[in-house]
Write a protein that binds this ligand. Sequence first.
Ligand SMILES: *Cc1c(COP(=O)(O)O)cnc(C)c1O
Length: 425
Amino acid sequence: MSVLERTKSEEAIALENKYGAHNYHPLPVVLTRGEGVYVWDVDGKKYYDFLSAYSAVNQGHCHPTIINAMSEQAKTLTLTSRAFYNDLLGKYEKFATEFFGFDKLLPMNTGAEAVETALKICRKWAYEKKGLDENDAEIVVCENNFHGRTTTIISFSNDPVARKNFGPYMQGFIKIEYDNLNALEEVLSSNKNIAGFLVEPIQGEAGVYVPSEGYLKRAKALCEKYNVLFIADEVQTGIARTGRLLATCGNCSCPDKNCSGTPEVKPDVLILGKALSGGAYPVSAVLANNEIMEVIEPGTHGSTFGGNPLAAAVAMAALKVVKEEALAENADRLGAIFRRELNDYIKESEICSLVRGKGLLNAIVINDDEESDTAWNVCLRLRDNGLLAKPTHGNIIRFAPPLVMTEAELRDCVSIIIKTLKEFE
Ligand SMILES: *Cc1c(COP(=O)(O)O)cnc(C)c1O
């Protein structure tokens, strides 16, 4: 590494520090290019990307199909606003609703906006369809949830850093323990004002917590019993990440290229974002059937960029890639290898106590207390060894590579991870 090159990355970091708000704590590596499962830093060093921009880049960096659709559409028409029709939105809505098996889609841009949209739909449905008195609706959420960063969403977070000094908080949310059906039944049976249950099929940010087998299915059944909307936030778990098109697909046959997802659990309201665009552009969506989505009428909700033709072109291409390249099947197969290999290692490891996850959404737990910086130091060393990952909560490291990875690449990554962990034993 020459002195001049070293200056490049230091300079980029210094610029962000000086001119940018300090709302993140990035791993010190400055990236300049990406292709498939790889990214390169400004010094030309190549890394495996094991974060995939929090599972936005499931299709791999700069996928040619997606980038081509994007650049063609960018030359043609980018934004009309919804004041007028555009000739791609309807095509995309037809494509995506058929892809996921819902009647209608409401297009937004970021994940948090889609969550907000789902909450608004749920409340309106509760007043207009379920018959609750206005302003009485409550939505059940789970402890340690992550649904985004808006003032409403952080109101029902229990991450003190995300909440502190951002009050007053939005009312109308009840928090229960994740993966606890008794807690759900108790709140549903004792409170007539519940409108919906918002849940992550796997809690990603919390540290990749996979609920017990059958939890989602039984939670959905309870929601049906009490006439409450089951709202699945699949912003992180969706789009093939967990080895199925959606994590709520359970044991459906999604690994079959032609399966559009016969779900084990069909959410009443499905929230998608991140990899819906393959990481090329902010695209999010809320999907639901007519009897729910029809509560949304002109003027009740909107977004200047939501549903723009560039987003529509990008999202269609991104979903086609998922199907054509059988990414769910690949994630399912490689994820099993990943956990098997790491479990073998963990048997004799002092530093790593657990690997868990589904498909290619996995995490390891570092054997140290929450406040220690061991996980951070492991990530620094992984970086030095050519693989980028980041701790989630304290001592948990999430491993979520692009789903276009080959088995040989995955095995290479497993050996980098094990070699790195050995340096800490
Ligand atoms: C990332 C994420 C969000 C928020 O998405 P943004 O695009 O960052 O607003 C919401 N829910 C889950 C589960 C996420 O992982």
